[in-house]
Design a protein around this ligand. Structure first.
Ligand code: ZN
Length: 195
């Protein structure tokens, strides 16, 4: 499936919710399988239905160990990034935890070639339906909480550029050349993103 890029109005619409009957239909089950393959091909750790042009409340998520096998342990520890098995979230209700916000570089398959620092809640609670239409509650923290916030934003017409520290916005080439090896604290100091 083709992933739509920013500028397409579908990325700015709020997706409609799905009924349990719809979720169990052949059509939605086939859609989930196709979105899973599209996410793997990209590759990405999440894909929301609006990103393939469908304005519905459905996203797929998986953070595979192989995606970070070359990352230094300190990098993963700082981001609290651990593998997440494949799952589907439908009609999600997001609750952000009180308190701590954490800022890291983030990218999006609908903003190919760009990245920016995005502040997010460190932990969240998500109430949603799973791929069978059964209720599910997810308590997440660290990188998984960031993925959930990013994907649920897509279902509500929001993309990371709405939340980013805009002075950190960069091409991925620029990021690799100038910012990749710096700590977020150093990036904050150098770019003075709260000025
Ligand atoms: Zn995205």
């Amino acid at each position: 499936m083709k992933i739509v890029q920013v500028g397409d109005p579908v990325l700015r619409q709020t997706g409609r919710t799905l009924t349990k009957e719809e979720i169990r239909s052949r059509e939605i089950q086939d859609l989930i399988a196709a979105m899973r393959e599209t996410m793997y091909d990209a590759p990405g750790v999440g894909l929301a239905a609006p990103q393939i042009g469908l304005s519905i409340q459905l996203a797929v998520i998986e953070d595979k160990p192989e995606y970070v096998k070359e990352a230094p342990p300190g990098f993963l520890k700082e981001r609290e990034r651990k593998p997440v098995t494949f799952h589907v979230i439908i009609n999600p209700k997001l609750t952000l935890s009180e308190g701590e916000r954490v800022s890291f570089y983030e990218g999006c398959l609908s903003l190919t070639g760009f990245t920016a620092v995005v502040p997010r809640a460190r932990s969240v609670r998500v109430e949603c339906l799973d791929h069978r239409g059964e209720p599910r509650t997810i308590e997440a923290s660290g990188w998984y909480a960031r993925i959930l916030q990013h994907e649920i934003d897509h279902l509500n017409g929001t993309v990371y550029i709405d939340r980013m520290h805009s002075r950190t916005f960069s091409t991925t080439d620029g990021f690799n050349a100038f910012w990749k090896d710096k700590s977020v604290a150093e990036v904050k100091r150098l770019l003075d993103w709260e000025r």
